[in-house]
Design a protein around this ligand. Structure first.
Ligand SMILES: [Mg+2]
Length: 209
């Protein structure tokens, strides 16, 4: 019996190297307000949380502090920038389709992300990856966001999975998977993710995927 019956992937930073694109689009959308972003702060505090919570953080940290709603008003602009850039050049690893195709032979697969379905679905389709996933749990669809366990619990229930492996890159996401009672494989980047998953599943050189 395999150790896991399913694999639940976070999206940003796990399946796609989208965080630098999110950062660049937010920086550009907020620049007309005189709000500047720095990558170290963004990487350390803004990754893995939902956009509203992130904008609250940025507003409080601005000098002088801003009303968060003035920053939130730039959200549609940021969304437009993100969509056009990622669709023009999807930030997906070139071998991701083959990797997911091999995984799918043994595991049910889902995407569990705080990002909106309207952002995720076009990107998965652009990379021809949508057919590999049995379920997507996006944005607020589970009610509560990561680090609450709800998004991962909902995905497991949609797949009827009992032993999922969660693959995550952010503190909030790792906490969410663990709170759901699932094993979490922490990755640093989308580029290293496939190798780490292969290793965790015991796909060694003698037993290739
Ligand atoms: Mg992530």
């Amino acid at each position: 019996m395999p150790e896991f019956d399913s694999i639940l992937f976070d999206f940003d930073g796990v399946l796609a190297d989208t965080e630098p694109v999110h950062f660049a689009c937010w920086a550009e959308a907020l620049a007309p307000l005189g709000v500047t972003l720095d990558w170290d702060y963004f990487r350390g505090h803004c990754v893995g949380i939902d956009d509203r919570a992130m904008v609250h953080l940025l507003a409080a940290r601005s000098d002088p502090p801003r009303d968060w709603e003035s920053l939130w008003a730039r959200h549609p602009e940021k969304g437009d920038l993100f969509r056009s850039r990622t669709l023009a050049a999807p930030p997906l690893a070139p071998d991701l389709a083959g990797f997911l195709n091999r995984l799918r032979a043994g595991y049910k697969l889902a995407v569990v992300t705080a990002s909106a379905r309207a952002e995720i679905e076009p990107l998965l389709a652009a990379g021809s990856l949508d057919k590999y996933f049995d379920a997507l749990v996006c944005g607020r669809e589970a009610g509560l966001h990561k680090p609450a366990p709800d998004p991962y619990l909902l995905a497991a229930s949609l797949l009827d999975a009992k032993k999922p492996l969660v693959v995550e890159d952010s503190e909030a996401g790792i906490a969410s998977g663990r709170a759901a009672g699932f094993e979490v494989l922490a990755v640093e980047s989308a580029a290293e993710m496939p190798d780490l998953v292969r290793r965790r599943l015991g796909w060694t050189g003698a037993n290739p995927p």
